[in-house]
Design a protein around this ligand. Sequence first.
Ligand code: 3PG
Length: 200
Amino acid sequence: MNYEFLKNNKIIPVAVFNNIDEVLDKSTALLNGGISAIEVTFRTDCAKDAIKLLTEKLPNMFVGAGTVLNRKQAIDAINAGAKFIVSPGISYEVIDVCKEKDIPYIPGVITPTEITEAINLGFNILKFFPSEAFGGIKTLKNLAPVFPQVKFLPTGGINYDNAKEYLDKPFIVAIGGSWMMKGNKFEIEKLTKEAVSLIK
Ligand code: 3PG
């Protein structure tokens, strides 16, 4: 599993598309704003079609799937073109599919027990979700020294105002969130540019 894409994608928008018609406009706005990776969540029915559409029409966008909970969703996502898979927790079914297809998988954790389990399953890039509700950077500062082999991808409650304190830390590989996905394409482009300014 190759996680190279995280080197150049420090902010990964979490997209919940309710309608296939909004996918290209909103994703183009992300590209125009300077972000070229997206996590399309399997919380809505059009997730698979959205990934397929983005893969076909926006080749410059690195498209992954989020909120992937089971084998079927993982297979659907990968068949549609997803280049990485994220879960809110640890899914053994999803691990199996991603290992078989050699697609990078980022399982979700919060507690030391979950982090231990993920490490023992062979993962050291872990989603920390829902970050802000579970203490955010303060909690991560306590977990990081105990698990030096882990790099975290925090999401949940991150926004323009608190993103910088995450991005600065050596134990953070990248951050994710939906805050720049709010509004129409013009607003998304503006919010994306603001977000990108944090990493320059
Ligand atoms: C996720 O799946 O990572 C979260 O929905 C992102 O959280 P946010 O919507 O609070 O940014």
